[in-house]
Each structure stands twice: as C-alpha cells, then as structure tokens.
Ligand binder design. Structure first.
Ligand SMILES: [Zn+2]
Length: 283
C-alpha cells in the first residue's frame, strides 16, 4: 500500500492539532490561576498521580478510561476531549487552507491562542494579557521579517499594522464614547487588546468584517438569552452594582471576536463575494 504525501500530511496535521489541543487544556486550566504551563507535568487534580504518556493520548485516552482517572476514578471533564477534538479539526482546516507553509504555522498560533482566549473569557471573564502579548508579538514579527527579506506573505506588514491600529482604535473609541457620553461601561479594555491583536493577523479589512460579524452574532445570542430569560451569572465582584450587564443577559465579547476572526480567516473572501453578489442582485 502506498500512502501519498498528501494523505500523510493530512494525518500529521490532525495529530499535530490534537496534541496542541491537549496543551490548550493545560493553558486553559492553569493560566487564569497564574500557574506555569510547563511544570509540574499533568497530574490528576484529585489524587495527584502523574498522568503517564499512554494515558495522555488526545481524545482516545479519555474514551478508553471512560472519562475517569486511572487511579482514583475521579471524573475527568469532557472539556478535555472536546478541546482536543477541536484542535484536531483546526489542525486539519489550517492544512486545507494553507498547505505546509509558513502561513500554516503563523495561523496555527492565531487559531490556537484564540481558542484559549475565547474559552478563558467564557469561563472566567478574564483576558490573560500574557496570551495576548505572545500572540501579538508573533503576529507582528513574522510579517515584519517577510517584509525585511522582501518575500511575499499571506498578510503584508502594512495590512497587519493597519489592522492593529484599527482594531484597538475602534474598540477604544466605543469604550470612551460609552464611558463619557452615555455614562456606562460597554466593552472592556481586554476587548480592545484582543481586536488589535486579531488585526495583526487578518488586517484592516478583516477587522471591519470581523467586528461586524461578532456584533451580529453576539446580538443574536444576546436577544436569544433575553427571550429565554436566562439571567446572567457574573462571577466576579469587581463588576460594580450599577453595571448594566448585571441586569441584562451579559456575554463576554472576546469569544465572539475570536470566532468572527476565524470566520474571516477561513471564509472571508467567500463571504465578501457572496455579499457583493447579493447587493448586486437586489439593486
Ligand atoms: Zn486521580
């Protein structure tokens, strides 16, 4: 049997994604607590037994152990295999989009870092600045290097810098407008850092499309939550009593920004073409 290089790389990208998905689980559970992501090695939170490599195979180990620790039988959250599966899918999607290229690894950082930010914000209402800084540094340095050596890259340094300025600028403007004109808190500074960082990867056009998609999707989900009357739970007491989000269906915005950024990355051109054709057909 001869396996083509194509299928070999496809399989490799799935495994590569799943393994980094495994690492994402560590990032997601440790970074909000301020713990190191490298040491100590993974261990059961209940009995403290180290997790051996053969029990640490993405998705499969969780299924084989039926979601329980090998030693003390404590349940292991289904979050672990889900994030690993998501990692596998994203590894594959990135390979289909970028083949084996510099772009593959560049957008791998964007996608996996983005998943970590989205998940942490959803669970804890925190935006870890360390993750944003690492992502922004890589997001800027790679287009800069390609610009210096004068080799074409998926995103140009100019688009990248304009994306940063526009992303951080628009959200900052919204925050200040609401704070001083409407006297309320709309978005957080974390949202401004995140959209600026996203802009480095998808440029100024990407920022505008993503912000539109994020707002649209957050509105749909927000209205849905009000309709089913699901009151928000804001776990942190630093959210002050007069804060409007206390009484409305509060949603963290970073997950919407990240998902919209992914939508633009994978479907941006198709979305824009569809929209232009649609506008042409109705005029
Ligand atoms: Zn255990």
């Amino acid at each position: 049997m001869i396996i083509s290089l194509e299928s070999l790389l496809t399989i490799a990208s799935i495994f590569f994604g799943a393994s980094w998905g495994s690492f994402l689980n560590v990032v997601i559970s440790r970074v909000p607590e301020g713990l190191s992501v490298v040491s100590p090695p993974s261990r059961c939170p209940k009995c403290g037994n180290g997790i051996k490599f053969y029990d640490n195979i993405p998705v499969l180990s969780w299924i084989i152990l039926r979601g329980k620790c090998r030693h003390c039988k404590t349940s292991i959250s289904i979050q672990y295999p889900i994030i690993e599966l998501l990692g596998a899918l994203m590894g594959l999607a990135l390979y289909k989009e970028f083949d084996l290229s510099f772009e593959y690894f560049y957008y791998f950082v964007f996608v996996f870092g983005g998943i970590a930010l989205a998940y942490i914000d959803l669970k804890t209402w925190l935006v870890p600045i360390s993750i944003v800084v690492i992502m922004a540094s890589i997001g800027l340095i790679i287009p800069l290097i390609f610009f210096i050596v004068d080799i074409p890259f998926y995103i140009t340094l100019k688009e990248s810098l304009l994306g940063l300025a526009l992303g951080a600028g628009i959200i900052s403007f919204i925050i200040l407008f609401y704070k001083y004109v409407r006297k309320m808190d709309a978005l957080g500074w974390g949202d401004a850092y995140v959209l600026g960082m996203i802009g480095l990867y998808i440029g100024n056009k990407g920022v505008l499309v993503s912000l539109f998609l994020a707002t649209l999707q957050a509105s749909i989900i927000g209205i849905g939550m009000i309709l089913i009357n699901k009151k928000s739970t804001v776990p942190y007491d630093d959210v002050n009593e007069n804060d409007p989000i206390k009484n409305k269906a509060a949603l963290p915005f970073v997950p919407f920004l990240v998902i919209a950024g992914f939508e633009y990355l994978f479907f941006g051109e198709k979305l824009i073409n569809w929209y232009l054709n649609f506008m042409k057909s109705i005029t």
